[in-house]
Design a protein around this ligand. Structure first.
Ligand code: ATP
Length: 452
């Protein structure tokens, strides 16, 4: 049963150190967040799970980590300068600004006035000056999606890996959009991370691959603990379709504030490679692209045997890391009523996503031998490479269990007087609260099986 409200999640994130408002001590910065000690672990675990599924477990995808600052020409030819905008309206009375397509009526949500301007396009890209003199002549964009640099590196990757179609390039990284009204915690923010795959296929095979990727991505989210019943597929149509897309299916997740996009899976056709390539006239490009006078590279696939050039079609599953974190937190957040009438909050994260895998808790904080044994157990478990193992010397086991339930630690290992005699520890399971004694010789195998 997911969380009931966004407020509960926001409170948990702040209280336990998952997510903080950025620049908070100076009043914050709207639509910008920082990830705290537990948030960074959760976020990294989600990204690692994506990378594993996309790159390591497949043999047809390569990775990339490209720069955030992007040459203006890239975003000119990609169509972002002309079209990457949202409709902006101003309230003439209270001077607030709104995204026209998010207004529920023709009145200002802040002051109720109907004195609103006509919508006008507002470009969402952030610009920044390059070099020591900011005279406006030399600027770059902060990329609004990671995808474009995958396209501009298409030939570099192809030449250095000798890939054949179909193959993909995967990238995880920051993107920036000057959203008119950032809101709903980390759902709509101005600085966020994306996990994007551009999968290049033969024209004609695109629709089949598009369907396959929708299925793949649904089952991946389910492996992260996102219940498939909380996801709906939305076939994007008409004006809503991005300028590069032939077809887009959005995975819409039931967030605490409503059903909204978690990931978009688009058929970008040959639009992007076609737009960025030189000598377009010599290639058969189906998308309606601007003439390119600036690119010095042909972004096409050369079949050496047939001596033909193809501009591949692209299927793009594009997921937001921050929206993913929000979805898995929402799914995991559980309030349980216990037999004694009390309640416990437990974050039932999948073990591979949990920020801390095992908490090692000495029963007595001042007992040298117990503390020393606990430290040794922590070091031994840490070497297994499962993620963060925490030695926590507070001496208050009950409080430790409650805290680790709330932050989603799957296992707690308690070291007590018995341990010193018979080399066994108590291992407590987060979800069932069941406790069992495990011999130290078997602890590594036990933990590995439960946490991996
Ligand atoms: P929306 O319609 O919600 O603004 P979008 O259709 O513009 O999203 P895409 O351009 O398809 O989003 O970007 C791919 C993914 O990047 C989205 O599915 C989402 O998870 C993430 N994303 C996009 N914009 C934001 C944002 N402002 N804050 C957080 N994540 C975002």
């Amino acid at each position: 049963m997911p969380a009931q409200s966004m407020e509960e999640l926001v409170a948990l994130c702040k209280r336990r150190g998952f997510i903080f408002q950025a620049s908070e001590i100076y009043g914050g910065l709207q639509g910008i967040y920082d990830y705290g000690p537990l948030g960074v672990e959760l976020k990294n675990n989600l990204k690692n799970a994506w990378w594993r599924a996309m790159v390591y477990e497949r043999d047809d995808v390569e990775g990339l980590d490209s720069a955030i600052l992007t040459n203006q020409k890239v975003l000119l030819y990609s169509g972002h300068e002309a079209t990457f905008s949202d409709p902006l309206v101003d309230c003439r009375d209270c001077k607030s600004r709104w995204r026209a397509d998010h207004l529920e009526s023709d009145q200002c949500p802040k002051c109720g006035s109907s004195n609103l301007t006509e919508p006008r396009p507002f470009n969402l890209m952030f610009k920044t000056a390059i070099g020591p003199v900011d005279d406006g002549s030399s600027f770059a964009y902060l990329r609004p999606e990671t995808a474009q640099s995958i396209f501009t590196n298409f030939k570099n990757v192809l030449d250095s890996t000798s890939r054949k179609l179909p193959f993909g390039i995967a990238q995880i990284g920051k993107s920036f959009r000057n959203e008119i009204t950032p809101r709903n915690f980390i759902f709509r923010v101005r600085e966020f991370e994306q996990m994007e795959l551009e999968f290049f296929v033969e024209p004609g095979e695109d629709e089949d691959w598009h369907d396959r990727w929708i299925q793949e991505r649904m089952s991946w989210w389910s492996e992260q603990g996102v219940n498939e019943n909380n996801i709906e597929l939305l076939h994007v149509e008409g004006d809503e379709l991005a300028h590069y897309s032939k077809a887009t299916v959005d995975l819409m997740y039931r967030f605490p504030h409503g059903l909204e996009e978690l990931e978009g899976i688009a058929n970008r056709t040959d639009f992007d490679l076609g737009s960025h390539t030189k000598n377009q006239a010599d290639l058969s490009i189906s998308a309606d692209v601007e003439e390119n006078r600036d690119s010095n590279t042909r972004l096409a696939y050369h079949d050496q045997q047939a001596n033909t050039w193809t501009v591949p079609y692209v299927i793009e599953p594009s997921a937001g890391v921050d929206r993913g974190v929000l979805a898995v937190l929402n799914e995991a957040y559980t309030i349980e009523r216990l037999e004694n009438g009390s309640e416990r909050t437990v974050l039932k994260l999948k073990p591979h996503l949990a920020p801390i895998k095992v908490a090692v808790l000495p029963l007595k904080r001042n007992h040298d031998e117990i503390v020393e044994t606990s430290r040794r157990i922590k070091q031994d478990l840490q070497r297994l490479g499962l993620g963060r193992i925490l030695f926590e010397n507070t001496g208050n086991i009950g409080k430790g269990y409650r805290r680790h339930d709330e932050i989603g630690t799957p296992l707690a290992v308690t070291v007590d007087f018995e341990t010193l005699e018979d080399q066994t520890v108590t291992v407590r399971d987060r979800d069932t609260m069941a406790q069992e004694r495990v011999h130290l010789e078997e602890l590594s195998a036990f933990v590995t099986e439960r946490v991996r």
